[in-house]
Design a protein around this ligand. Structure first.
Ligand SMILES: O=P(O)(O)O[C@H]1O[C@H](CO)[C@@H](O)[C@H]1O
Ligand SMILES: O=c1cc[nH]c(=O)[nH]1
Length: 238
């Protein structure tokens, strides 16, 4: 089957795929695969395949934001993908979850627009328990602060005239904010595949991102390096 936005033939797609927003991060992750090759490249969607610990794995970038990412997730699933792990970045909601640490999402608050247009209000965006437990287990092998719990998916990056009530979600114990996990978990649930997510914390989500957002620090490079290792080990497990 030809996947038009990913611009590739699904016959070479693995069943296990790591997804991330940034095409450069996809290239970085793919560098850990044996016999890595670029399978397709179109728009923000760069697809690599190769082997990790003997398992055939894919790495695909999905860009920023749920609508574009959803096109990627849906086409991967149409192409036969059965397991997706998102390796992302996020802002922290909790003081003790410091920049440079990792968060594994067990469920996501659906503050994205995409999922509201494919499932009714109240439908939960929940991670696959098996893949999530693998991420948690593998994260214990690395010397980095790692947390698991609820994350929030938002379409808004820079605040507008309406002020998003970050404080309510902070008070409710949400750990971190990013822009695609709720759509990923919702799509995975309705299509009957497994999905999980791990994110590296680049700052505080309720800060003024126009002033403070910098995902290119050495601390972030290390966190992304380690979340990459954890995700590869988790997805390669049988
Ligand atoms: O680093 P990625 O995977 O892109 O994730 C986060 O970073 C982007 C915003 O800069 C959004 O896509 C958000 O979800
Ligand atoms: O969506 C995002 C991603 C990274 N950091 C944030 O604060 N928000």
């Amino acid at each position: 089957m030809f996947l038009p936005n990913l611009k590739l033939d699904s016959k070479d797609l693995p069943e296990k795929v790591i997804v991330c927003g940034d095409p450069d991060r996809a290239k970085l992750i793919a560098a850990n695969l044996d016999d890595a090759k670029l399978l397709g490249q179109n728009r923000e969607y760069h697809t690599y395949v190769g082997h990790y610990q003997g398992e055939y794995i894919g790495v695909v970038s999905h860009g920023v934001g749920s609508p574009g990412a959803a096109v990627c997730f849906e086409q991967l699933i149409q192409g036969g993908v059965k397991e997706l792990i998102r390796v992302g970045t996020a802002g922290s909601y909790q003081k003790e979850i410091e920049p440079g640490s990792l968060v594994i999402s067990t469920a996501a608050v659906r503050q994205d627009g995409l999922s509201s247009q494919i499932v009714p209000e109240g439908f939960p965006a929940v991670a696959d328990i098996t893949l999530t437990n693998r991420l948690i287990e593998k994260s214990r092998d690395y010397s980095i602060a790692s947390y698991s719990g609820i994350t929030l998916t938002l379409d808004v990056f820079y605040q507008g005239a309406i002020v998003f009530p970050h404080n309510q979600y902070q008070a409710a114990g949400v750990l971190a904010v990013e822009m695609e996990i709720a759509s990923l978990f919702t799509i995975a649930s309705i299509r009957g595949i497994r999905a999980a997510a791990i994110v590296a914390i680049d700052g505080y989500a309720d800060a003024d991102l126009a002033e403070e957002y910098d995902p290119h620090t050495d601390q972030m490079k290390r966190a992304i390096e380690l979340e990459k290792e954890i995700a590869l080990e988790a997805i390669a497990m049988k």
